[in-house]
Structures are given as structure tokens and as C-alpha cells.
Design a protein around this ligand. Structure first.
Ligand code: NAP
Length: 342
């Protein structure tokens, strides 16, 4: 008989938590008990798992008794405080926040890229940032074939990457703009709860997470530092500009790569067609390329618009799209849990 595991979801009522529930069901993860944890606000709410209702419990330091795997997605502060408590109680934590990602003692894992890193865990394993995960799945096979020297990435990130309140902001602003027929003017910020730094309906915002002393945002530096850690190669230079766009689910990225060895667009395409977790959609004769709306609810990192960068000797341009709540968060974490029990 297959062993079954007691699993806790911390942040079970959130965007990522909801996706955790779906992914565990869809992948038939061997669950014995599921414990839904969230803030006191959600205590007593019912969440369905495999057709059965489960009552949401308030997260406390006693929440992890008997838990073997704890999937965390309730923000960095909660992870910082409760992941060590869960680990001490005997659970292995897979954490979605940024709290532990750059801790040298904590492995940062994308199963298609560095599955071996998992063995070094001491109770906590970090799940990378959503925009980094979808990119490294595509970069890894290219790096293996031609050694990547430099990556220049611009992201187009959906509002669900911020959480459910940002989705509500986009929705409410869109309704208000349509009602007022205000296609180009700013909406009255006092009327709608704003969690993003600016109006997002009919707008784009070049600001994700906080600004740092080097003038980059924290999100941009996550892409730099996490890429090097996951690829286990600090010689790869990365520079990023991260932008929030009025899309509900799926992040898109325009990625420019410089390699040591020349790869033609056709060679890169062939490599990517065989890469795990990657799906190539690239038929410009039929105007086919990855779109956020098509990627939502799906698992792969989609790549298209594969072309040589004609401005340098060994360069490629790629367009990468993936569902930030699945591969960018819940799916990657559940894949880590699957590696743990394999
Ligand atoms: N969204 C993404 O694409 C994405 C990708 C990768 C990583 N992440 C990370 O995942 C985490 C959650 O993101 P999200 O998008 O799911 O956010 P969200 O939709 O805002 O959900 C937040 C969750 O955290 C819970 N929570 C908040 N305060 C809590 C507390 N004091 N005690 C216990 N639970 C608490 C909330 O419970 P209540 O409902 O009770 O308030 C809710 O379940 C963040 O760390 C984020 O950085 C998100």
C-alpha cells in the first residue's frame, strides 16, 4: 500500500492556497489528513478537498502536531515565524514566500532544474519566486547546451502574483472605468481599495515589491539572485525590469540571452521541445505564440518567439509565459513534495 501523508496548507484560503488544494487533488498526492490553516478571519470557513468539507483552523504554534508536509503560502512574516515551528514539530516545510530563499542553509528548488538540492534540506525547502521559476525551467536546457553568460529580462506580471486583493483592485477599477467611460483618465483612488502602488486597470506599473538602494525593486533582485542560486552558477549575469500588467493570471517575460556557444533559433527550439516542463508554441506563420490567457490553469512554462538576437554574436530572444499560481507557486511546491516522498 502507498504511504499517505498528513499535509497542512498554511494560507489555504489565499490565491496560492486555493491552487495548492487543486494541484494536490489533480496530481493525486497521497494525502492521509489535510489541515487547512489561515488567519483568525477565516476560522470556521469550509474548504473542499477531494469532495469533502474541511474546516479552516486558525494558525497557531500548535497547528503542526502530526503534520509531515507543510505547504506555506501566507506571506514572508508568517513563514519566518512559523516555518521553524513546523519543522521542529517534525514537518518538512515547502515555503512559497521569500523569507528563506536566500538562506544558504535552505535549498531553493525547481524540480526540473536542481532536484538534487533537495537532499540538503534541514526541515525547510524554499519555493522560488514565480517569475524566476518559469524562466529557469527554460534557461536550464539552454545553459547545459551553450552556457549562458548573460540574461536581460523584462516581465509582464499578472495581478494574482500580488494576491487576491490585487485581483479585486483590477476588477473594481475596471468596473468603475467602464461605468464612468474613463478610458484614459485616472480613477478616484479614494473610491477603490488600492493595494498595488497605482491604478492597474488600463495601466502598467514598473514597480513590484519595494525599491532597494541600488534603484532596482526587490522583485527584480529576486530574479537575479534566485536564478544564480537555482542554476548553481553565480557567473550568470542577470538584469531584470519587473512590470505589473492588468492581467489576472500568468506572467509573461521577454528574455534576451547571451551564450558562450552559438545556438541557432532552430537548435534552441529543438532543445526546448525536449526540455521537461517546457512547451514550445512558436508558429509565426499561423500567428501562434504563448499568451497569458491560454497559459492560465495549465502546467508548463510556454516559450515562443524564439529568434536570434542580431545585435550580438551569440544571442537569443525568447517569450516565456506561465501560470504564476501553478508552476510559479503551487505546482512547483507540490512537485517538491513529490520528490520528498519518492
Ligand atoms: N500569488 C502568486 O503568484 C505567488 C507566487 C509565488 C509565491 N507567492 C507567495 O505566496 C504567499 C501568499 O500569496 P497569495 O497570492 O496566495 O496571497 P493571498 O491571496 O493574499 O492569500 C494570503 C493567505 O495568507 C493567509 N494569512 C494572512 N495573514 C495570516 C495570518 N496572520 N495567519 C495565518 N494566515 C494568514 C490568508 O488567510 P485569510 O484568508 O484568513 O486572510 C490567506 O490564506 C506570499 O508569500 C506570496 O509571496 C505568491
Amino acid at each position: 500500500m502507498t504511504k499517505k501523508y498528513n499535509v497542512a496548507i498554511v494560507g489555504a484560503t489565499g490565491m496560492v492556497g486555493t491552487e495548492f488544494i487543486k494541484v494536490l487533488e489533480q496530481r493525486k498526492f497521497p494525502v492521509a489528513e489535510i489541515r487547512m490553516l489561515a488567519s483568525g478571519r477565516s476560522k470556521g470557513k469550509m474548504l473542499k478537498f477531494c469532495g469533502k468539507d474541511h474546516e479552516v483552523q486558525e494558525l497557531t504554534k500548535d497547528s503542526f502536531k502530526g503534520i509531515e508536509i507543510a505547504l506555506f503560502s501566507a506571506g514572508g512574516g508568517i513563514s519566518k515565524e512559523f516555518a521553524p515551528i513546523a519543522a521542529k514539530a517534525g514537518a518538512i516545510v515547502v515555503d512559497n514566500s521569500s523569507a528563506w530563499r536566500m538562506d544558504p542553509e535552505v535549498p531553493l528548488v525547481v524540480p526540473e532544474v536542481n532536484p538534487g538540492a533537495i537532499k540538503r534540506h534541514k526541515g525547510i525547502i524554499a519555493n522560488p519566486n514565480c517569475s524566476t521559476i518559469q524562466m529557469v525551467v527554460v534557461l536550464k536546457p539552454i545553459h547545459d547546451a551553450a552556457k549562458i553568460k548573460r540574461v536581460v529580462v523584462s516581465s509582464y506580471q499578472s495581478v494574482s502574483g500580488w494576491g487576491k486583493e490585487a485581483v479585486d483592485q483590477l476588477w473594481a477599477e475596471t468596473e468603475e472605468a467602464v461605468k464612468l467611460d474613463a478610458r484614459c483618465s485616472m480613477l478616484d483612488a479614494r473610491k477603490i481599495k488600492r493595494v498595488l502602488p497605482a491604478q492597474i486597470a488600463f495601466n502598467v506599473i514598473p514597480h513590484i515589491d519595494v525599491f532597494l538602494p541600488n534603484r532596482y525593486t526587490k522583485e527584480e533582485m529576486k530574479m537575479v539572485n534566485e536564478t544564480q542560486k537555482i542554476m548553481e552558477d553565480s557567473s550568470i549575469k542577470v538584469t531584470a525590469t519587473c512590470v505589473r500588467v492588468p492581467v489576472v493570471i500568468s506572467h509573461a517575460e521577454a528574455v534576451n540571452i547571451e551564450t558562450e556557444k552559438k545556438l541557432s533559433a532552430d537548435e534552441a527550439t529543438e532543445i526546448l521541445k525536449k526540455a521537461p516542463g517546457v512547451e514550445v508554441i512558436d508558429d509565426i506563420s499561423k500567428e501562434k505564440y504563448p499568451l497569458p490567457i491560454d497559459a492560465a490553469g495549465k502546467d508548463p512554462s510556454y516559450v515562443g518567439r524564439i529568434r536570434e538576437d542580431e545585435s550580438i554574436k551569440n544571442g537569443l530572444n525568447l517569450w516565456i509565459v506561465s501560470d504564476n499560481l501553478r508552476k510559479g507557486a503551487a505546482l512547483n511546491a507540490v512537485q517538491i513534495a513529490e520528490l520528498l516522498i519518492a
